[in-house]
Design a protein around this ligand. Structure first.
Ligand code: ACK
Length: 827
């Protein structure tokens, strides 16, 4: 190609620029070519070509445009020429610009790839333009050598495609290694490192400082790849060399595999302290304090070695397998143990040893014991182990049994307890001096449970296990089964029990009947009003056990009571297993009257012992704050619990809850106690859905001084739950409790709905007076609503008694389809 320099262009600094020019705009059929030399690719598969050029505006040419062009072509050749692109100028120059000698320089970049040969030619084709090519720069991009996250990535040539990423695996620098996976980076066509994956970390014994791995100094260690830096050795350990991956324990100190590397080395504990024993017949309760020195560990456990002192100084013999340790003999976590079934009148020596996680390693560490010598007392007989059935009739069973294995004295008599199977809340006890007897007055074709225990001058032994025997069938079977209540009425006058039958006894045998845990005969146990005590403190201590505050830990606040916060936490009474309790506290600054009122509840609650009455564990009165400790009910109060679990229970589950409440109320009414504030909010629910009656605070005040109750606490009278006669003239009786129970039934069946909704108390009194009654809750079985309505009879003597309610609910639970007729449970 012939190159025609048109003029010598200059740059901004007026320096001449050498260019290749062509300008044959007036001549026809131009085809001028400019070729480069062969350009080596150096392995690049994609190259960039940057052109700088000027181009003359055809319109500005004197004498018309003619064949003038304003573009030129760029081509490349590996094996043959291929057009890369037609290049046009962003800016073209005119005559005027020429005169001013101002360059209107254009820059265009094109990329080229994939290249397959070692090199190529470039060529520029002019078809009749006026061009000056100032520069052609051919280059390719690389991702440069890089050290990142302790990994080296080599200088890398990008791939041939425009958006291709080339994955490069890095090499970990000295003394480092990949964490989880080898480190990787990606080289883009723009020569940039992108998307880092994985990383290297210094190997253990080294730490990263300024991008390289430096050895840990003496006294320091690094054991985990995940930790950043070397750490100082924990107490009682050392690292004698640089680059340590762990520290070794000083003499006399140890570590077990499960100890974390940053934990101090530890040693075995010293002996337990302040060991004491408490003998109860043939049981010994041992208690001690934690060792002075735990060895720096939290896993201190205790082992007991029990040895019997042989008579006449013949030495010691290990206690045999018959001795029981509660909760166990070795590995005790608490500082007490109950040792049971020792021999009576025998000397024992106990060694108490404290151990911890490193005791096994410290072979040469002399074991440290504390020793206790104990003499057991007279003991009750061991349980009767065999009870046999003899002659059996339709209403009698003959029994015989063997003397206990260890009578521990002369047997004075035996007690035989029996009840109809699955009716264990009501049982009968008879006594016999012989090892046999005939039990009479039983129901035909019925299964009975029998248990026997022996008594010596040391007291009763434990009952035998349960033995199950059945009576023979009865010819008038159907009538008997039809309604046990009819039979009961005729044969067992003092016992108002559904399905209960009385045994006829030998006059020799003394007989007592038990009704849900308390003796019913010869006299019915009744509730004693704490008011009958001159000194209220005496009443509290008569019925409530004083608990040392050190046995209680308050863990959280669960609510607010009338006198202070209600909390919960564990109670650890010596010799008893730990239980969760609720703790009612009396807030500071109380008056003497408030203290009495607060403890009053405990004096009442302490008299009750029934599975459906909240159990009092004891009181704390000797330290402050004064507390009432009761069993803990995981699900809190019934009304809140039901609201939280709307529509979550089956009818049978709800009836089961109601049955429990009725059973608790039956017990209270049998005790002669009128609750006066029975409502779902005063029922507590445990984790097994067992409902228990609570809140024994209000009744006393009303009983004591009705006027005062109405003036000072009038707002608290639970109008919606209270029977009309109790509202009108304070006639509080078990029958008014039954009315309240009907309201509780309604609350339960409607999952905690407020009785009479938002009606005012005045409107409720008026509506009830005018015979309005709450409607049946949604999905409430007809039979249950009937029962509620019966509880709300205006005439209180027409309301059912609690034992009838229990009986009816039992029937409903046994056969949900039963249409309940109260008459079936009348006595
Ligand atoms: O509805 P709750 O959770 O149940 O809130 C009240 C709160 O304390 C104030 O009385 C709860 N509460 C009371 N006695 C006990 C208990 N024995 N067990 C569990 N929670 C209790 C009650």
């Amino acid at each position: 190609m012939r190159i025609i320099p048109l003029s010598i262009p200059i740059d901004e600094d007026y320096a001449p620029i050498h260019t290749y020019q062509v300008c044959r705009v007036m001549e026809q059929n131009q085809n001028n070519w400019l070729h480069t030399n062969w350009i080596l690719t150096e392995g690049a598969q994609r190259v960039f070509i940057e052109l700088k050029f000027t181009l003359r505006d055809c319109n500005s040419l004197p004498g018309g445009v003619g064949t003038c062009k304003e573009t030129f072509n760029m081509a490349m050749k590996e094996s043959r020429y291929i057009k890369i692109d037609t290049i046009a100028a962003d800016e073209s120059f005119t005559e005027l610009d020429l005169g001013d000698r101002v360059m209107k320089l254009n820059t265009e970049v094109r990329d080229l790839g994939p290249l397959t040969h070692k090199g190529f030619y470039l060529a520029f084709q002019d078809l009749g333009a006026c061009i000056a090519l100032v520069s052609v720069r051919v280059f390719y991009k690389r991702c440069p050598f890089l050290v990142k996250s302790l990994a080296e990535f080599q200088d890398t040539i990008p791939g041939s495609e425009a958006s291709q990423l080339v994955e490069v695996v890095g090499r970990c620098v000295n003394n480092s290694l990949p964490l989880y996976e080898p480190p990787r980076m990606h080289c883009s066509t723009e020569g940039e490192w992108l998307v880092p994956i994985g990383k290297c970390v210094c190997q253990t014994g080294f730490e990263e400082i300024n991008g390289s791995c430096q050895v840990c100094k003496v006294g320091f260690y690094r054991s985990l790849l995940e930790s950043l830096a070397c750490s100082k050795c924990p107490p009682h350990s050392m690292a004698r060399q640089a680059g340590s991956t762990a520290c070794s324990c000083e003499d006399g100190y140890y570590k077990i595999d499960s100890d974390p590397p940053n934990m101090a080395c530890t040693r075995p504990p010293s002996a337990p302290r302040n060991a004491i024993s408490n003998v109860n017949e043939t049981s010994v309760f041992l208690e001690w304090s934690v060792p002075m020195e735990t060895g720096g560990r939290k896993d201190v456990r205790y082992n007991i070695l029990c040895r019997r002192v042989l008579p006449d100084g013949r030495g010691l013999e290990e206690c045999g397998p018959n001795v029981r340790f509660l909760p166990r003999r070795v590995g005790l976590t608490n500082t007490s143990v109950m040792v049971a079934d020792l021999q009576s009148h025998t000397n024992y020596s106990f060694l108490l040893e404290a151990v911890n996680g490193v005791s096994e390693l410290a072979k040469d560490h002399a074991k440290q014991y504390v020793s206790l010598n104990v003499t057991t007392n007279q003991a009750a007989p061991s349980p009767v182990s065999v009870v046999r059935k003899g002659l059996t009739g339709k209403s009698s069973i003959a029994l015989s049994w063997a003397e206990p294995d260890r009578p521990n004295g002369i047997i004075l008599e035996y007690e035989i307890k029996y009840f109809e199977k699955e009716q264990d809340s009501s049982y009968t006890i008879i006594k016999s001096k012989e090892t046999e007897m005939e039990v009479e007055g039983l129901k035909p074709s019925s299964v009975y449970i029998f248990q026997v225990r022996a008594r010596t001058s040391a007291g009763y032994g434990a009952f035998s296990r349960r033995f199950e025997f059945q009576t023979s069938p009865y010819c008038e079977y159907t009538r008997q089964r039809y309604c046990t209540l009819t039979v009961m009425r005729s044969c067992a006058p003092p016992f108002r029990r559904c399905g209960y039958s009385k045994a006829k006894q030998d006059p020799e045998e003394e007989k007592m009947h038990f009704h849900n845990g308390h003796i019913k005969f010869p006299g019915v146990r009744t509730y004693i009003d704490p008011l009958t005590y001159e000194d209220p403190n005496q009443a509290v201590h008569e019925f409530a056990q004083e608990i040392d505050v050190s046995f209680i830990s308050i863990e959280r606040i669960i609510g607010a009571g009338e006198f202070g916060e209600v909390c919960s936490g564990p109670l650890r009474l010596p010799g008893k297993r730990e239980i969760q309790v609720a703790i009612k506290t009396l807030k500071a600054g109380y008056t003497e009257q408030q203290r009495r009122d607060f403890l009053w509840e405990a004096s009442i609650m302490g008299q009750f012992n029934h599975p459906n009455i909240i159990r009092l564990e004891g009181v704390v009165t000797k330290s402050k704050p004064v507390m009432i400790i009761t069993e803990y009910m995981e699900n809190g109060s019934l009304d809140t619990f039901l609201k939280k679990n709307d529509a979550q229970f089956t009818v049978i589950q709800l009836v089961g809850m109601l049955r429990g409440i009725a059973s608790g109320m039956r017990y209270l009414s049998d005790m002669g106690y009128v609750h006066r504030d029975l409502a779902a909010r005063n029922i507590l629910v445990n984790s097994n859905l067992v409902c228990k009656v609570s809140d024994f605070g209000l009744s006393r005040v009303l009983e004591d001084d009705p006027e005062a109750a109405y003036t000072t606490r009038g707002g608290k009278i639970p109008i919606r739950w209270t029977a009309p006669e109790a509202i009108a003239y304070r006639k509080f009786t078990s029958a008014s409790d039954v009315w309240s129970y009907g309201i509780v039934m309604w609350e339960v069946m409607s999952y905690g709905e407020r009785p009479y909704w938002e009606m005012s108390n005045q409107d409720v009194i008026k509506a009830v007076e005018e015979s309005y009654r709450l409607p049946g809750p949604m999905d409430c079985p007809e039979a249950l609503y009937h029962l509620m309505m019966d509880c709300w009879q205006r005439e209180r003597s027409n309301r059912p008694k609690f034992d009838e309610i229990v009986c009816l609910l039992d029937k409903l639970i046994r056969n949900p389809r039963t249409h309940l007729l109260i008459n079936q449970c009348h006595i």
